[in-house]
Write a protein of this length. Structure first.
Lengths: 115, 113
């Protein structure tokens, strides 16, 4: 078994601030993801990475940067926090390409509030 | 374009009843379909998946789902339901051409004891 650790659990920021969320996994999975979960909107993909130093934009990448400097870690940066923004950011990983390997494992999430 | 629709935002039923949560998808190729569950205060957990083969797939916690290509559906079922099944359930579709998953908006299930 393995675990995905997201830090911090709660993040409070100011409007316009740059905020960084971190994710670590010990599954030794190749692929990692960042999703945003908003109430009533399901999960939307922000970025994913299929290997170290690879970055792929998802449907919601505008306003975010990502970094995958090591296989085990994947960070997400909110480049300029929007006032009154509230969402949960979920990190996930999967073994790699191909249907049988396509099961996602999720972290507990980082809950963002912007004042 | 790929998409997943979960038409029921909320479902409420009594313990012991049969539950069926609906999921439909839009995808031009063969889909990989998943169900995930999110218990209150927790993150998403994998329940089951359909890749190929048998159209009825069984997962954890007594759940099963049936893939119906004819109407592009992948409904989640369990009988009988238990109060501990109260959670939010997400249906997802994977495109095997690249690493992306499309999630529905989720169905919040409440099972009344």
């Amino acid at each position: 078994g393995g675990i995905i650790t997201q830090t911090p659990k709660f993040l409070i920021g100011q409007e316009g601030q740059k905020l960084t969320l971190k994710c670590q996994q010990n599954f030794n999975h190749d692929t990692m993801y960042w999703y945003r979960q908003d109430s009533g909107k399901g999960l939307r993909l922000i970025y994913y990475s299929i290997t170290e130093n690879d970055l792929q934009k998802g449907d919601l990448s505008e306003g975010y940067d990502a970094s995958r400097e090591k296989k085990s870690s994947f960070s997400l940066t909110v480049t300029s926090a929007q006032k009154n923004e509230m969402a949960v950011f979920l990190c996930a990983s999967s073994m790699g390409l191909g249907g049988l390997q396509n099961t996602l494992y999720f972290g507990a999430g980082t809950r963002l509030s912007v004042l | 374009a790929q998409s997943v629709d979960q038409p029921d935002a909320h479902v409420t039923l009594s313990e012991g009843a049969s539950l069926e949560l609906r999921c439909s998808y839009s995808y031009s190729a063969a889909p990989y379909l998943f169900w995930y569950v999110q218990y209150p205060g927790q993150s998403l957990q994998f329940l089951l998946k359909y890749i190929t083969g048998d159209t009825v797939v069984k997962g954890t916690k007594g759940f099963e789902a049936e893939f119906r290509k004819s109407n592009s559906s992948f409904n989640l079922k369990k009988s009988p339901a238990h109060w501990s099944d109260s959670a939010k359930y997400f249906c997802a579709l994977s495109n095997t051409g690249y690493q992306n998953f499309y999630f529905g908006k989720g169905t919040s299930l409440t099972v009344i004891p």
